[in-house]
Each structure stands twice: as C-alpha cells, then as structure tokens.
Design a protein around this ligand. Structure first.
Ligand code: XMP
Length: 184
C-alpha cells in the first residue's frame, strides 16, 4: 500500500464485482426506456465509465459540472454550476450518476435544477453513500457501497484534486492533511 494511505476501504475486485450487480439492476429497470445518464463532474468519472461499459443498451450521456467545495474536506451550502447540460432532458429517463452522497446538499440542488427541465423520470445513482443524515432526506435510488463517515479518496474522489486515479477507495494518513508540502 502507498505510504500516504491509512487504509483501503474498498479494493478493486470488490468494486468491479459490485458494479456488475448495479449495472444489471439498471439494465433491467431501464429496458425499453429512453435512458440518459448524467455524470456529475469530476468525481463520477471512474464510476460512470465503469458503469457505461456494462450497459449494452441504447443510452445518451451528458455531464453536469457543479462545485460545492474548494479544496477543503467539507461541503459548503454554495453550489456553482461550472458546466451546464448540453442535451435536452425533456421527456427522457434521466439517471444522475455521482461519486458520493454525503450531506445530500449537492444532489438535492441538482434534483431541483433538472426537475425544472421536465424529464420523464429522474433517479440517482451514487458510488458511495456516507453513513450520515442526508439533507432533505435525500435518497439515492442506486447505491454502490455504504461507508462510514470518513473522508475518502480514490476511484474518482480527490483530496486537493489528487488521488482520483487510484482504482480503489481509501483514507489518507492524518500526516497528509497536516503537511504543508504539496500532495505528491
Ligand atoms: P454532499 O455533502 O453535497 O457532498 O452530499 C457531495 C460532494 O462532496 C464531496 N465529498 C467528498 N469528496 N471524499 C471526497 O473526495 C469524501 O469523503 C467526500 N465527501 C463529500 C464530493 O465532491 C461529493 O460529490
């Protein structure tokens, strides 16, 4: 294990196995529907890429960019749209795909924004759901894994924009947060 990591919570094998199950559920639920996946930038990139290759059905793909925090480990209430949707969601079955459901603030806002655009249906798939109370009682429709309330990195998730490329999910050693040195 890398020496800046404290523990590995989810390894590559268990992630890939769970993705097979999730993709199977999504494929069954959306058979014959007009599926449009909307990935939330940037953290969902790995999750959505792995899901996509397991969904051999007609679908559309778009991304929405939002920014809810800036380098810190906590979300704030502010949400800035950094990339608007390109495709029309009206009348389509939209499945928003995100990396992690923490407070639920981000996805509750995204739900509000997309709902106004008149989709036929609107559901949410998250790779991880943290064991914390969610804003607005936000419920995801598909959850990869439930995890304890710890700050995690890897598989798309970052600390100060690093670690997204790890193919597994882990926590960082406290020394990484305490250090003034740039993250390697
Ligand atoms: P909320 O609280 O709005 O947060 O549900 C969702 C967004 O906050 C970021 N986030 C994390 N990012 N490790 C990360 O790298 C974490 O443990 C973590 N918890 C929340 C993330 O951008 C997510 O989309």
């Amino acid at each position: 294990m890398r020496d800046d990591l404290d523990e590995i919570l989810l390894n590559e094998t268990e992630i890939q196995r769970r993705l097979n199950e999730l993709a199977g559920e999504i494929q069954r639920d959306y058979a014959g529907r007009d599926l449009m996946l909307v990935g939330v930038l940037t953290g969902s990139v790995m999750f959505i890429a792995d899901l996509l290759r397991r969904l051999p059905m007609p679908l559309r793909l778009d991304y929405i960019g939002v920014s809810s925090y800036h380098g810190a480990t906590r979300s704030t209430g502010e949400l800035i749209v950094t990339k608007a949707l390109k495709l029309d969601v009206r009348g389509r079955d939209v499945l928003v795909v995100d990396d992690i459901l923490d407070t639920g603030l981000t996805l509750a806002k995204i739900r509000e924004m997309i709902q106004k655009l008149g989709p036929r249906s609107l559901k949410f798939a998250v790779f991880l759901e943290k064991d914390v109370p969610h804003q607005d009682n936000f419920q995801a429709d598909y959850v990869g894994f439930h995890i304890p309330n710890k700050f995690v990195v890897g598989y798309g998730l970052d600390y100060q924009e690093r670690y997204r490329n790890l193919p597994y999910v882990g926590t960082l050693k406290p020394s990484v947060y305490e250090s003034d040195r740039p993250v390697l």
